[in-house]
Write a protein that binds this ligand. Sequence first.
Ligand SMILES: [Zn+2]
Length: 447
Amino acid sequence: MIRKHAVRRPRHRVIALAAAACIGAAAVARTQQYGQRSGVTADTSRVKAFVGARVYDGTDRPPIANAVILVRDGRVQTVGPLGRVTIPSDAARITLTGKTVIPGLVNAHGHVGGTVGLEGNHYSAANVARDLRLYADYGVTTVFSLGDDEAAGFAARDAQRTATLDRARLFVAGPVLSPASPEDARTLVARDQALKVDIVKIRVDDNLGTTPKMAPEIYQAVIDEAHTRGLRVAVHIFYLSDAKALLDAGADFIAHSIRDTDVDDSFVAMMKRRNVCYCPTLTREVSTFVYGSTPDFFSDPLFLEYADAATVTALKDPTRQAAMRNSRSAQRYEAGLEVASRNLKKLADAGVPIAMGTDSGAPSGRFQGYFELMELEMMAKAGLTPRQVLAAATRDAARCQKIDGEVGTLERRKWADFVALDADPLTDISNVRKIDSVWIAGNRAPR
Ligand SMILES: [Zn+2]
């Protein structure tokens, strides 16, 4: 970690977002659009050749040494060894010698746009833009938001299929549905479809026995209506029994770890039978108890470089820390993390598809971008190999959220979203922290 954190660049990129929304599809192909917004990639070439890196393309292919990634109009055209790829004479060359390239990280469960400091309900276009830039700062090039998305989030999603993009991509669930009856459920799902959500989101949880849980006939109505309308349903759960009941009801995505007890073989079989993905969000648990004292990562330069200073100060407040230390729910979630880690290992080894996710961006000190890198380390600590972790955070997260036609691997026609690292994460997953540069649609993300 060599970078200083003295200079904090302005993060208000509303204008850029609005500009992106105005760029029509036809204009995208015009060469002069490149690099216009960031001022970092000044070249005007439609074709870029990234040369010399060791490339892990996110598939089962072994890494390619001394590779060329050929990018045209923001998308991957070819990835192969230097000498086997023809580089067009008009291509802009970018040298990445000595770097290891991985696909941009995909967070399958985040939240965007609504949090300022430790408070929610601040949704705005400016916050959406700020958050998407913050994710990109840490190499998270796609975030799938699982709820509380408003118009500005939908607009950001709809503006991102452009070769000029240089912030993280966003997919949205819209409001978290909380229907009062089966009929209400059907109405809300219809509304979700009219909004063009990427997934439907519900919560089936009693928050450690403190709130009523959504009734089975209501979530059954949500799921049935969603499936009738061609939509998938992501479910927030805590208990194994709820997860099983939701799988029986047809749930499509398990958005958190099971934290009350160890998963059993029947759960594994249920997940595998329908190929349902499991999103561990281990760092969500961390955020529930770690601020009982000042966490070690508060002195990590990589954290401090982009973390909101006021939020960090607030989380150091001794009164707040004492309250968290003495909180029974914090203690229970901390215990839940141990269960969650064991369950992740068991499910991953059993072949259940794992989608990296964090629940970052919720107003609880879940620092976007940094928490994804921490999540990868925690997945490794739970017993997954670096290859398993990296697959979960790229290809599999994209597959699980049905966006693998666009992102998740560096294959022909997908967006050229990738991270150049100073060291190989397949040797040690912590090397994902050693970020040299982040590229989105082949554009260098300003950071
Ligand atoms: Zn969430």
